[in-house]
Each structure stands twice: as C-alpha cells, then as structure tokens.
Ligand binder design. Structure first.
Ligand code: MN
Length: 234
C-alpha cells in the first residue's frame, strides 16, 4: 500500500437534497445558541438582546434527512426537539458586512436541532462544553435545501413544530433576535465561512421532550416542511 492510500475507504460526504435537483455537500454545521427572546426566557439563557450571538457546532455526520427514523440516543433521559430555520452557504464569507451577507447564501431549509437537554443543563451548570448535548448521531435533521434563487431570502413567515399532531412551537422567523444577514456577518468574524457550511439559526419557545413513537412535523412558511419519527434506542 502506498503512503498516499487510505487505510480504509474514506467515509462518504454528508449531503442534503436540493429542491430542483442535485445534492448539497455539507462541510460544517454551526448553530446559534439563543435567537428568540421567548425561548431564551424559557431556558433561562439570559434575555439581554444586546448581547452578541453565541454558537456551538455539530459534526457534519450528524446530518440526517427529513423523513428519517431517529433512534432515541444513549446517555439521556430528556431528549428534546428544536425547530429552526437553516441557512446553507454557497460562497466564501469572511468578515462580511450584513449588507453583503445574503449574497453568500445558497439557500434555506427546515432543521431540527436535536438536543440531550439533561446533559446540556449539566454542562451549563459546570461551564463545560455542550458537545455531548448537541453533537451526536442523528442530531442535525434537515429538510431539502431550497435555493434562494427559487424563494429569495425569507425574513418573515410562520415557523411551527407539532408533536403527534399537537403544535408545540409557533413563532415567526421575523422574531429572531439576530437576522440571517447579521448572523452570517457575525459568524464570519470568527471563521472563513464558505460553501458547505450550514447555520442552524436558533429555536423559538416551546421546546420539549420526545419519546420513542413520537412523530415530529415542522414547517416554515415559504421554505418547506420537515418530519421525523423517534424510535427505540439502537
Ligand atoms: Mn438550537
């Protein structure tokens, strides 16, 4: 075997379906930690809207398409959904101004930021990293990506999440503390963003726990829908 050969076949590139055809290869998954005032209050994350956004990340391999069966993850007894608007970048963005940020956006999707809430609470309490609570297998559920060339750049529209047919989250993406251009601009101060980078933009109030057998159905007006079913641990 030559020095340049892989010692095992390289894993396939995580990718999402694109409306109209093609696949969007995912490089990195960024998430905004607090972007709706009512959710910040319910989570006691602090409600100072003047405070800059903060972020965490998920493995790209946590990506799971809408319609999947999500195995209840190990190590938690409080597994939560968070319905979110997701931004998919299509061009390099580094230290961009908010006014230039949307030109770097390829499209939008519906996302579920699945969370081990009990582990997140413990991490917050001890000022430890959020990785175990946020970045794990099947934790980044994603609908098809809709190109901005088809729908523009939605700045308002109802975002909802229902569990077994009962609406649990209902808000408007216009209620985000930090808008999409502001998030892209801010995050681009810390990373050389580019094609393949997803940004989950935060969840509204109404997060809650799910159990095996539960069906999640989300929607964002003007963007699309997402669904998943929670199944027994595997
Ligand atoms: Mn979230």
């Amino acid at each position: 075997m030559s020095e340049t050969s892989y010692v095992f076949p390289p894993p396939s590139v995580p990718a999402a379906s694109v409306r109209g055809g093609g696949r969007y290869p995912v490089r990195r998954i960024f998430c905004v930690g607090r972007n709706y005032l009512e959710h910040a209050r319910e989570m006691d994350l602090g409600a100072d809207v003047r405070e800059p956004p903060f972020y965490f990340t998920k493995f790209a391999v946590a990506l799971t398409p809408s319609g999947s069966r999500i195995a209840y993850p190990p190590g938690t007894e409080n597994f939560h959904y968070e319905m979110e608007l997701v931004v998919a970048l299509g061009a390099p963005a580094f230290e961009v101004a908010p006014g230039d940020a949307l030109a770097c956006v390829y499209g939008y999707a519906c996302g579920l930021d699945m969370t081990r809430r009990d582990l997140q609470a413990k991490a917050r309490e001890k000022s430890r990293p959020w990785d175990l609570s946020k970045s794990f297998e099947q934790s980044a559920v994603l609908s098809e990506i809709v190109p901005a060339s088809l729908i523009g750049h939605p700045a308002r529209g109802t975002i909802t999440l229902a569990v077994n047919g009962t609406v649990r989250q209902r808000a408007d993406i216009a209620d985000m503390i930090w808008s999409v251009p502001e998030i892209v601009a801010n995050l681009s101060r810390f990373y050389h963003l580019g094609p393949g980078d997803l940004i989950y933009t935060g969840t509204p109030a109404g997060v809650g726990a799910v159990r095996p057998g539960d069906r999640l159905e989300g929607s964002i007006e003007g963007v699309g829908t997402i669904e998943a079913v929670i199944v027994e641990p595997q």
